[in-house]
Design a protein around this ligand. Sequence first.
Ligand SMILES: C[S@@+](CC[C@H](N)C(=O)[O-])C[C@H]1O[C@@H](n2cnc3c(N)ncnc32)[C@H](O)[C@@H]1O
Length: 560
Amino acid sequence: MMDDKQKKQKTTKDIRNAAAGSQQKTKARKGNNGVLLKKYESVMLDMFSTKSSSISSKYEICQEALYNLTPRYSKLPPFINDTDKHKLIDNAKLYWTSRGLTSSSNTSDDKSPFPFDKETSLPQCGCIRETSNNTRDVGDVKDTKRAWRKEMQLANLIQCVLTLIPDDILLNEKTNKKTFRIIDFAGGTGHLAVPLALLLPQVEVVCVDLKKYSLDLLHKRVDGVSLTSKKDDSVDSIQVSTALPNLSTYYGSIQTYPHEFDIGVSLHACGEASDLVLRKCLNQKASFVVCSCCCGKLQSEAKNPYVFQSTGGNEKEISYPQSKKMIASLEKGAESNNSHGNPANKKQQEIAFDEIAKASDYSEIGDIRKPKNACRRAAKALVEWDRLLYSKECIECSVSHETPVNVILSRMVPWECSVKNDILIGWFEDLCNPYRTQSQNNTIFGYDTSCDNDFKVALNHLFGNNTVSPGSTINTQNDWTTQEEKEVTSEIEQFLVKSSVSQEYRFSKGMGARKRKLIHSVAEKLSLKHWSEGKGSEKVVVIARQRTPSQVDININNKT
Ligand SMILES: C[S@@+](CC[C@H](N)C(=O)[O-])C[C@H]1O[C@@H](n2cnc3c(N)ncnc32)[C@H](O)[C@@H]1O
C-alpha cells in the first residue's frame, strides 16, 4: 500500500513525466518538420544548382525553383459590372432600411462599415472592426492590421461567391424561385455569413459550425441576444436570427448539415475540414469557394489523434493525397528514388505527401526568395492542386459525365492579406461560371486551363521520372508517329539556332489539340518553356528558352 507521501510523490512524478513527454512530443514534431523541410529544400537546391552554371546564389536558385515548382494561379473571377453592383447594394439598403435595420452611414473611412465596399453603409452588424461607440464588442477584430487583413479576405471571398450566383437571382429579378441557399461552412462567428446575408436579402445564408460559443457570438452580434439563453443543448439544431431573417446558424459539423444548398463557402476551415466542405459540395453538385487553412496535419495516417483533432470535432476520414494523379506521381517518384530496385510502396508515397503537407504548413511567411519560404509556398500550391484534381476526378468517377465540375485555383488580392490565400473555386453549370461576361446579348464563358500543365511540370521537377510529365504521358499512348515528332523537333531546333535568348517562337494557328500536345511534349523534352495562348481556333503554342533567374519575377503573384 502506498502512503500519502508516496502517493503525492507519484502524482508529482507523473505530472512531470507527462509534461516532459508532451514537451518531447512538441519538440519531436517541430524537429521532424524541420528535417522534412530541409530535405525538400535540398531537392530544390540540387535540382536547380546542377541545372545552370549561371545560377550562383541560393537566393537566385530559389527564384528559379519557386517559379518552376509553383503551378500557375488563375485570375480571380472579374467582379460584376458597376451598374449591377450598385443595383445590388441599393436593393439591399432599401430592403433592410424598410425593416428598420439602422445603417452605419456616418462611420468614418478607417472604420470601414462593410468589407465588400467602403462606399456602402450597410448595418453595422456586417462590420468586423471594433466600433468607438461600444454598442457592440462581440466578434470584433481589435487589431487594426488584422482587421484590414480579415476585411480583405472577406472581400475576396464575397466577390467569388457573387460571381457564382446566377444573374437572375443575384439581381433579384425572379421572386418565385425556390430558395437559393449559401452555406458558410466552419463559419465561426459569422464574419462572412453576416455580410453575405446583408448584401443578399433574397438569398438564405446558413452559418455552420461545431463551436456553440462561436455561433452564440454571431447571434449576440446580430440580434443582441445570446443564443445560449434561447436554445437547448441538442446538437445539430438550426436557429434563425431575428434581425436578419435570411440568416440562420446550424450548430453541428459540416458532414451532418442535412439540407440542400446551392453554394458552399468556407474561409480557413481547419485542416481536413476544408476537404469535408469540398466533398459536401461535390456530393450536392453545389458551387464552392474554399480557402483552406493549415495543412500540416493532413496525413495519410492520423498518427497523433490528439494533435489531429485540435479542432475538437474532426475525426479522421480522409487519407491523403486524394487525387489519383498526385498518387501516381508520388509512386513514380518513389520508384525512381529507390536505388535498390524495390517496387515503390505505399509507405514511401505517403511519406512524400506528408513532407509536402508539413512543408506547406506555415502561419507566417517572410521573404519568399529564401529557400525555406520558397519551398513552403510551392508545397502549399501542390496541396491545393491535389484538392483540385481530386474534385475533378471524384465527379468523373461517381457522377454522370454530363455535368463535370470546373475547378480553378486562384489567390486573394492583395495576396499579403493572408498567408493562407489560395482559393479553390468550383461550379457545375454554365450559368454559374464566374468568368462569364455579356457581349451583345450573348454570354461568353471563359475558363483558364493553361495552368493544368504547370502542375504536371511542377511534379515532374519534384519527383523526377514520372509518367505525368506531359511528354511521357502522350508518348506512352503512341499518339503520334516518330516522324511527326522529328519534324517538330527540327522546327524547334531551327528556332533555337537562329534566335536570341529572350525570343519566343509561336507555332501557327489552326493546329488540332493533338499537334499542340506533341509540341508541348517535345518542348518539355528539350527543357524549354512552353504554353498556349488564345482561345478556340486562335489558340497557338508558344515556346521559349527557360528564363534565367534575372528574368524571373520575385513575386510569384505575377504568374496569375
Ligand atoms: C479558423 S476558424 C474560421 C472561422 C471563420 N470561417 C472565419 O474565417 O472567421 C475555423 C472554424 O472551423 C470550425 N470547424 C472545424 N471543423 C469543423 C467541422 N467539421 N464542422 C463544422 N465546423 C468546423 C471550428 O469550430 C472553427 O470555428
